[in-house]
Design a protein. Structure first.
Length: 277
């Protein structure tokens, strides 16, 4: 197996520009859209594939939670489940702490793969000769993005995905957090019956906002309104550099990494102010 460093030698300036674009756009998630849809739209710019799939697992104890597969009939799902243990990348899918990019061809030759029942009763019918898997994990959850096609993935494609993978991991984690915050906010806006846990989390959001300085709260409120740094600076009569510094402090204090997460947290805190005063 070649080292990751040797793979990077294949990257051109155009490839680096593509990587920069992917690393930026993968963070623009929509909490109301499945992350799998977002990942497919963004990452297909780097990979041409015949099938796209997302597998979700609980790691301890190990259990297969869900599979979303494009280009595969429902009749073949039970077949895959029966022979899944033969998959060359099974350890990548299910080992806690193992997160990386890998392909079937990295693990075994095409001839070895074609001898497996999994290939003959499942992948051969789909015309799949290789897969590239991007493994993500958070806590007890594993989320594996898999691209499949009728030819081997190149070293250049693997190198691109190796660089992009940490950004996909962060984007997925932020998507989950924002989605949870949005769902709690919808409960509050609808004045639904709030569980003890939801009430605790809403009070926690209010407490975190109270830890900010008055000026930081001003910045957070304007971020929640969709303002960019320059507009915030004009509104508060401060410099964009000062706005950026305030945001750094806010993200550190609240343990957030994304403006959308800050906006959702602010709105949750605002509703908590009216409901729990």
């Amino acid at each position: 197996m070649k080292s990751q460093k040797s793979k990077f030698r294949h990257l051109s300036l155009k490839d680096l520009e593509l990587i920069s674009t992917l690393c930026e756009r993968v963070h623009y998630t929509n909490p109301n859209e499945p992350f799998s849809n977002h990942a497919f739209v963004i990452l297909r710019k780097a990979l041409s594939n015949t099938c796209f799939a997302v597998d979700r697992y609980n790691l301890d104890p190990l259990s297969y939670e869900e599979s979303l597969v494009g280009g595969c009939s429902n009749e073949l799902y039970p077949v895959y489940a029966t022979y899944m243990h033969q998959h060359p990348l099974a350890k990548l899918f299910t080992t806690p702490g193992l997160t990386r990019v890998s392909t079937i061809r990295e693990e075994m030759s095409a001839a070895e793969f074609r001898k497996k029942d999994l290939y003959n009763v499942f992948y051969r019918k789909l015309g799949v000769e290789d897969q590239l898997a991007v493994s993500l994990q958070q806590g007890n959850k594993a989320y594996v993005i898999v691209y499949s096609r009728d030819r081997a993935f190149t070293e250049k494609e693997q190198a691109i995905m190796h660089i992009v993978r940490p950004h996909v991991q962060i984007a997925w984690q932020n998507w989950q957090r924002i989605r949870e915050l949005e769902q709690r906010l919808q409960l509050l806006e609808g004045k639904a019956v709030i569980s003890e846990e939801s009430a605790r989390q809403a009070r926690e959001a209010k407490h975190l906002m109270d830890c900010l300085s008055p000026r930081e709260r001003d910045v957070a409120e304007l971020v929640s309104q969709g303002m960019e740094n320059r507009k915030i600076a004009e509104t508060l009569h401060i410099s964009p550099k000062t706005v950026g510094k305030h945001l750094e402090n806010i993200f550190t204090t609240l343990n957030l990494h994304h403006r959308a997460a800050l906006a959702a947290k602010w709105r949750l805190s605002s509703h908590a102010n009216s409901l729990f005063k």
